[in-house]
Write a protein that binds this ligand. Structure first.
Ligand code: DAT
Ligand code: MG
Length: 140
């Protein structure tokens, strides 16, 4: 398995509850290195652009409103098989289905307010990392 990079977001429900340190500890305990990180506050239009692949889904408006409701932490995680490993650390989209010890099991409030985002493929990771970061900001 190759060393990969993946895009992670700590969502408003988690930043509101001061959970960024506990979430980052789960990444680091799983062997994922945080090679870039910044706190930002998206506009609704920026959230809409990030989630453009979901624009036909019934929850798109709610998703964009939530993601722009408070600051988020965007970060790049690096490690062996980082894309899949991060999805495992995150847990299932709906916290009711998330495995014990995952971020969403421990912290998510609902399927919408589910604490974290992680890229789901190498193509998504490349697109999503470049949405937020320039190459100079990735410090491995
Ligand atoms: P994931 O974040 O696990 O990759 P996704 O890409 O299917 O999940 O959806 C993106 C986000 O949209 C998800 O994290 C929360 C929101 N979402 C998904 N399904 C939803 C639903 N049924 N109701 C409300 N929000 C939903
Ligand atoms: Mg997704």
């Amino acid at each position: 398995m190759a060393v990969e990079r993946t895009l992670s977001m700590i969502k408003p429900d988690a930043t509101n509850r001061n959970l960024t340190g506990k979430i980052n500890a789960k990444f680091e305990e799983a062997g994922l290195r945080i090679v870039a990180q910044k706190r930002i506050h998206l506009s609704p239009a920026q959230a809409g652009a990030f989630y453009a692949e979901h624009k036909e889904r019934p929850f798109y408006g709610e998703l964009c409103e939530f993601m722009s409701s408070a600051p988020i932490v965007v970060q790049v995680l690096e490690g062996e098989g980082a894309i899949l490993k991060n999805r495992e650390v995150m847990g299932a989209t709906n916290p009711a289905n998330a495995a014990d010890g995952t971020i969403r099991k421990d912290f998510a409030l609902s399927v919408g307010e589910n604490s974290v985002h992680g890229s789901d493929s190498p193509e998504a990771a490349a697109r999503e990392i470049s949405f937020y970061f320039s190459g100079l900001e990735l410090v491995g």
